[in-house]
Design a protein around this ligand. Sequence first.
Ligand code: GUN
Ligand code: ZN
Length: 481
Amino acid sequence: MGIYFEVIHKDIAGRLGKLKVGGKIIKTPALLPVVNPHLQIIHPAEMKKLGIEGIITNAYIISKSDEFRHQALERGLHDLLDFDGLIMTDSGSFQMSVYGSVDITNEQTLSFQRDIGSDIWVPLDIPTHPDAPRGEVATQMDITMDRMREARTIFGPDAPISGPVQGAIFEDLRESAGRRVSGMGFAYCPIGAVVPLMEAYRYRELVNVILAAKKGLNSGSCVHLFGAGHPSMFALAVALGCDVFDSAAYALYAKEGRYITPSGTLKLDEMSELPCACQICRSHTADELRKSPDRQKLLACHNLAITMAEISRVRAAVQEGTLWELVDERCRAHPRLLDGYHRLLERVLELKHLDRATKRRFFYRGAESCDRTEVTRYHEMIPRVKLAGTALIDAGGPIPSHFPEIIEFKPPFGPVPYELSETFPVGPCEIPSWDETMVACGIKGLAALLAANTSTKVTISTTSRWEQMFQSAFPDCEVIT
Ligand code: GUN
Ligand code: ZN
């Protein structure tokens, strides 16, 4: 028993890992589709065939259903849903946040989740609304903590219970919730009550909330972002260190005739083409899909396929170290998502120690790339390089013959000593024609190198386009063109 999480690759604060629980192993980042036993638009057995390794369902709904309660208890949840992969159950907390209260106790829901054979159980946490006043948030968080403590006392240290992290938008409360949850030994930690933030596109605050929770949690915990299911935000959330998502979006959107793409959602009624490689989109025209009697099911299947494909893409990006490029691409899909991305870049100093040392490549994608972890780390490392008595910085100008040490200037990093020229990030870095932001950033790196080598006589060779920038940044250096 127990829940185990193993990290295999890292990129930014993102991880590729394995979650082991109940004799099952699933790859992370993972998406657990929400299965409502009353309306199974896509049967869980069909999901298994689509490569889905885990699902989430609602224990409260099952326990309140005359149809399902006894079957779940007698046959077990996996048999009832006909799914032999990982099944996580939610407790009814979400119903509580919508309807105000539920007629079930923490111990009752956890016992029920145990008795039906759920692989990951959720206690009766209180999903406090992000805009609740601080006093209320703190009080409800204490109740959530008491329930987790109770869960451990009753069910023991090895029960596969998750430890939800609440705290609304108060970063100190989220951090302390994370610390308390980890302190109680929970290894699987959902970040809760973020659905209202995502629904209102409050991605800036979402980034703050995730980073705060992560700061408090043990770095080895598996982090689930409750209710996050739109593929446009997976890359960002994984970059922040989230490992598992769950979503009913594929089904809810299908019901409303909405077609999910990795960059946003379209109305099927307004579409002239189906821009997707899935089997449904390739075998129907937009018009055929609209008129199909199975429209809702087909749309749900497409929505789920596109969602799972994005999870695969994110996993591949973490494995090869190209997550920054994917985050950059996805976050341009909506201005408020771009806000979230910018917030991540502003807080990159907190993440750079988590990022890995070498990656496949560094593609410059505009000014945002100057704030990436690799650039910040390079600028921190570069003062360790010792220069000789004289040095020429080759920033695109003429190269006189008498310089023993020539150092290439490669923005946004700056100086590239010969020994580093084949190493990450400067070696596999692809940049377009220089722009001012990139050069200004490279100048920061050069300034850091020169500040550590004050006795070196430095000449900078550049073109007339950049002469002024170098001259004003380094008034004591000779700048030739
Ligand atoms: N589903 C979406 N958000 C939450 C949450 O905060 N807690 C629980 N238990 N389920 C959720
Ligand atoms: Zn499709």
